[in-house]
Design a protein around this ligand. Structure first.
Ligand code: FAD
Length: 326
């Protein structure tokens, strides 16, 4: 039976949310192929994660535990994952388009001599051929390209976080846990991890509950400081439109949209953002959208749950002073 594999990204025994999102889409793909879903967990002392993977829809889990896999390093991980794939021949292998997933996927595709589509935003099975259709923005986002891998297996893709939703968690899931041994050694790693120093503050836009975003209508770099103050009071992350990024007011890691990040917060506040289709592509699945704009014809109002016609600064200052009083 054909298998759709999801690489379960874990760090320090915590599963990255993108892996659950991938189990959700894997379920749709496996149904179309009349196949099964398997999660692949690599690490050291990570067997406690296997029931979680089954709870989110996997029929089986391949588990490889080894001291060399305690921390992510490219070569041992790439060998373990590719050796497993050589043994079990999955039809499809999906990884999150995270820094780790991006690093790992290229090496695995090379070892398996198959193709890889990076940064995918849509996945489906073509009925006539059974091929995986992998769609992603190409040429700077100017076109959406659909890529197939007809001759080699597995069909591999890295998938952007927050594109697919997390499936419902099942209580008392049933499934198989297959423990595999892979021959690995420290020599293979090539590097030794001496210490891990986390970045002081990382932008975690994709998984933020609240996003405060600013666009060209904000007017400048200094004005973004005001939005930052509001974001801090709301424990929100700061987002931006591409024009704000291109104007040099804020760094690219804050960009939301087709060529930026995809977000799904509970609340998305858009200040001075017109709502161009490329921006909406990255935020239209937010639960509640509040838009502040001086132009009543701005397209953002068409998707907003609450629209405020007015100057962003007046609204932002009123919110800041109300939150400070709390
Ligand atoms: P504008 O469209 O200029 O809108 C500014 C808004 O601010 C206006 O609606 C105006 O009425 C309002 N405004 C002005 N003054 C005030 C005020 N005082 N108070 C309140 N409102 C005010 N864009 C993205 O955002 N993300 C992407 O990933 C992205 N990718 C792209 C990829 C491609 C291939 C292309 C061609 C474009 C892409 N774009 C992307 C750009 C996109 O088409 C728009 O140009 C961009 O989103 C517009 O940014 P904006 O809304 O900040 O600016």
């Amino acid at each position: 039976m054909k298998e759709v594999w999801v690489f379960i990204e874990q760090e320090e025994n915590k599963i990255h949310p993108v892996s659950f999102e991938l189990l959700g889409i894997a379920n749709t793909l496996a149904e179309d192929l009349s196949g099964r879903i398997a999660g692949v967990i690599l690490g050291s002392e990570v067997d406690n994660l296997a029931p979680e993977v089954l709870a989110y829809g996997a029929h089986k889990v391949y588990l490889v535990e080894h001291d060399c896999l305690k921390y992510y390093r490219h070569r041992p991980y790439a060998k373990a994952l590719s050796d497993l794939a050589k043994k079990y021949h999955p039809e499809i292998l999906l990884l999150g388009a995270t820094p780790l997933g991006r690093d790992l996927a290229g090496g695995v595709a090379t070892l398996l001599e198959t193709g890889l589509t990076a940064d995918v935003t849509e996945l489906s099975i073509e009925k006539e051929t059974g091929y995986l259709l992998m769609t992603r923005p190409a040429y700077g986002g100017n076109i959406m390209a659909t890529i197939v891998c007809p001759h080699h297996r597995p069909q591999m893709a890295t998938v952007r976080p927050r594109i697919f939703s997390v499936p419902e968690r099942k209580e008392n899931p049933k499934g198989e846990i297959i423990k595999e041994k892979i021959d690995l050694s420290e020599d293979l790693a090539g590097i030794e991890r001496l210490n891990f120093i986390p970045k002081e503050k990382t932008v975690n836009l994709e998984y933020a509950d609240v996003v405060v975003a600013g666009g060209k209508g904000i007017g400048g770099k200094r004005e973004f400081e005001k939005l930052k103050e509001l974001a801090e009071l709301l424990s929100a992350e700061l987002g931006a439109s591409r024009l704000a990024v291109e104007s040099g007011w804020i760094s690219y890691e804050h960009q939301v949209g087709q060529t930026g990040k995809t977000v799904r917060p509970k609340v998305y506040l858009a200040f001075g953002i017109s709502g161009a289709i490329q921006h909406r592509a990255g935020m239209q699945n937010s639960d509640f959208i509040i838009a502040v704009n001086t132009d009543k014809g701005a397209p953002i109002f068409k998707i907003a749950d609450m629209g405020i016609l007015g100057d962003w600064k007046v609204v932002a200052e009123a919110l800041i002073s109300a939150l400070k009083k709390e």
